[in-house]
Design a protein around this ligand. Structure first.
Ligand code: UD1
Length: 429
């Protein structure tokens, strides 16, 4: 796992995915470590001001950005063959550089650890992103309740405190990032913190397990009420991040859309229940194994309705990929997106491939068509890009997808993994 920093300088923005329908996918694919677990856990290494060893961190551009952010603060990273060693003792800076933070919203996860460990965090405002305005008000409200002062100037937010004090925090919405940031900040606060209406995503539980290994006292993570008893200090530890449930769901969808048969390995069944349920409704056979699923999509796909919700509901991060599936299913399906305000960016591109989709606000109505046709399309966000890849697997002719940098944010070796399953897919630089 060597860092590939060139992309930060060069941008490597011009590559395209070239995809031809090569029939049913077959074989086995192993899911990588979870991006959304790895990001907060990497940020949380700051809390120890010491050495942590992390396994299962996926090689993704978003992760590269987090590595570079940690190094910009002074941390020392050593990339070994299958794990990374991070020493946060040398951290001297509490300011995150603009050019890195604006590349990835997850950078805001550094706010809680920096505030708790350094008593000050100067974080560039992450700004909007294609799928919505994505404010950080819930993070800030929680930090203020823990005793931080907050000032905003020149595009930066400065958080400062003499000490943080535990508090009872109610989140207006179960925000994943706010729950993570507040758990990390509260670990080193004086006294007890209770976060109510907390997000319950598996990545929160993984973060809490990591922090508890460091010596934190967190209970209830993974439920809507998280209790944190502050401790004086945390010490470094070893941890393996959970597997990526969204990557798992995307490969299940890839078998489904190509009418293939194969095994998706290294999964936790409880993390992918909504995808299993919806695929079964669509006529896909799924056999559950202890840490894998066998997907068999020999029948025609049937339309279904989907509403995105916080975990354990259907994940917003799988909505676009299922839009791709519904495009070629029999009948009409409806998708209601309740989490983000603008998450149908990929629809225009699917329409260029022949999909019949109407959007009305946060709802899309997808009338299945017999066949999509390959086209030149543009990925403008991570999961929307994955939807275009899925569509290309079953479309007639050639699909050329630009905007690959969005897809590389969240799928480790997507092209290589799909090639192993028999897809005719290449990355053209
Ligand atoms: C995380 C995931 C992302 C996933 C999302 C929802 C990471 C790195 N990213 O993003 O892949 O799609 O959860 O499952 O883990 N909101 C506010 N104020 C805030 C915070 C959030 O209004 O202070 C709103 C957002 O605009 C959005 C909704 O809450 O509409 C959900 O956001 P949140 O759960 O915070 O998502 P992220 O943590 O950004």
């Amino acid at each position: 796992m060597k860092p590939k920093k060139e992309f930060l300088e060069s941008g490597f923005l011009m590559s395209r995915i070239i995809l031809k329908n090569n029939g049913a996918l077959r074989g086995e694919v192993t899911v990588s470590g979870s991006k959304n677990s790895a990001l907060p856990i990497l940020a949380a290494t700051i809390l120890t001001r010491g050495k942590n060893q992390l396994w299962g961190i996926p090689a993704l551009s978003d992760i590269e950005i987090m590595y570079t952010l940690l190094e910009s603060l002074g941390a020392e990273l050593l990339h070994l063959s299958d794990h990374v060693l991070i020493d946060t003792a040398p951290i001297r800076s509490h300011t995150t550089p603009y050019e890195l933070v604006t590349k990835m919203r997850g950078s805001f996860l550094l706010a809680g650890p920096l505030l708790a460990a350094c008593k000050k965090a100067c974080i560039c405002l992450p700004g909007g992103c294609p799928i919505g305005s994505r404010p950080v008000d819930l993070h800030l409200k929680g930090f203020a309740q823990l005793g931080a002062s907050i000032t905003q100037e020149h595009g930066y937010i400065t958080l400062a405190c003499e000490k943080l004090t535990g508090a009872k925090i109610y989140l207006d919405f179960p925000s994943v990032g706010a729950t993570e940031n507040l758990i990390m900040a509260a670990c080193l606060a004086d006294g007890e913190t209770l976060i109510q209406n907390a997000a319950t995503e598996p990545e929160i539980e993984d973060l809490a397990n990591f922090l508890n290994r460091q010596g934190a006292k967190i209970s209830g993570a993974g439920t809507d009420t998280v209790h944190i008893l502050g401790v004086d200090r945390l010490s470094g530890c070893s941890h393996t991040v959970i597997s990526d449930r969204i990557e798992a769901g995307t490969y299940m969808a890839a078998f489904a859309i190509s009418h293939g048969k194969g095994r998706v390995k290294n999964i936790q069944l409880d993390h992918i229940r909504p995808m299993i349920a919806k695929l079964r409704e669509m006529g896909v056979e799924i056999a559950e194994e202890p840490s894998a699923v066998l997907v068999n999509a020999r029948k025609k796909l049937r339309a279904t309705n989907i509403k995105t919700m916080p975990f354990p509901g259907f994940p917003t991060d799988m909505q676009a990929q299922f839009g791709g599936l519904l495009s070629v299913a029999q009948g009409t399906g409806m998708i209601v997106e309740t989490v983000f305000e603008n998450r149908f960016l990929h629809v225009g591109e699917l329409q260029r491939m022949g999909a019949n989709i109407r959007i009305d606000g946060r709802t899309s109505v997808v009338q299945g068509v017999g066949q999509l046709t390959g086209a030149e399309v543009q990925a403008s966000d991570l999961r929307g890009g994955a939807a275009l890849v899925l569509a290309g697997l079953c479309a007639g002719g050639v699909t050329k997808i630009s905007g690959v940098e969005h897809i590389e944010r969240g799928y480790e070796n997507l092209v290589g993994k799909l090639q192993l399953l028999g897809a005719d897919i290449t990355l053209e630089d």
